[in-house]
Design a protein around this ligand. Structure first.
Ligand code: SF4
Ligand code: SF4
Length: 223
């Protein structure tokens, strides 16, 4: 899931200061789990904006904010409220926000959240980064643990010389990713695999902006 946090309210107010009326859009997927785009978060934002002398013309928490077409269809019932707004405030990830940019070509769109990383909810309301979307996954060679994301240096062959007592030299409060990989390989009786050097990655696989046509890709994968 995409992990988001709400923007600093002063910064948000600075961005939206020239507008008075807003339509709010959340997302019932990741942003709801993060508490940044849920119905409650939108209610709270509405109260905040009202307290700042602004008007909220309407609000919607679409099923999946980053599904542009689906969100556009869901917004049809709110056409009047959207038309009445000077601008759109989106409480989802950056992708959901850009759905709104595409849906509303003639209205300013503002993100209310900062998108932080792709991660997992490891405990209630606790999120940990898991994947850096590198374009070619290597964790089949690293015991299912991503070194690109979990090692601050992104080392494909580790640990580095700074590892100390199993902890990372860059962030001593976290375990060294490569120690974790070693421990898991040992547990899986795969320790021999660690003797193989992982070749340099082809970073062009993760070139931006990414685009995937899933149907075509499926056909190519089948060969
Ligand atoms: S190797 Fe790449 S795709 Fe796989 S988890 Fe790590 S960053 Fe994500
Ligand atoms: S100590 Fe481990 S996790 Fe930290 S930078 Fe070195 S190899 Fe990466």
């Amino acid at each position: 899931m995409i992990i988001t946090k709400q923007k600093d309210r002063d910064k948000l107010m600075e961005c939206i200061k020239k507008h008075d009326k807003f339509f709010l859009i959340g997302c019932s997927e990741c942003a709801t789990l993060c508490g940044t785009g849920s119905p409650e978060a939108l209610d709270e934002m509405e109260e905040f904006l009202k307290g700042q002398g602004k008007t909220v013309t309407g609000k919607l928490v679409p099923k999946t904010g980053c599904q542009t077409l689906g969100t556009k269809i869901e917004l049809k019932k709110d056409k009047e409220a959207c038309d009445a707004a000077d601008a759109i405030i989106v409480m989802s990830c950056g992708a959901g926000t850009q759905s709104a940019t595409e849906i509303f070509p003639d209205k300013p769109v503002y993100p209310a959240n900062d998108s932080l990383f792709l991660g997992n909810m490891t405990r209630f309301q606790m999120f940990d980064e898991r994947c850096s979307l590198c374009g070619e996954c290597v964790i089949g060679m690293t015991a299912g643990i991503c070194p690109i994301t979990n090692c601050p240096k992104g080392l494909l062959n580790g640990p580095c010389g700074g590892m100390s007592d199993g902890n990372c030299e860059v962030s001593p409060d976290i375990p060294c990713a490569w120690v974790r990989i070693y421990e898991r390989q040992k547990r899986l009786d795969n320790i021999e695999e660690m003797k193989e050097t992982i070749e340099a990655k082809d970073w062009s696989k993760g070139q931006k902006p990414g685009r995937l046509y899933a149907k075509k890709q499926k056909e190519e994968t089948k060969g």
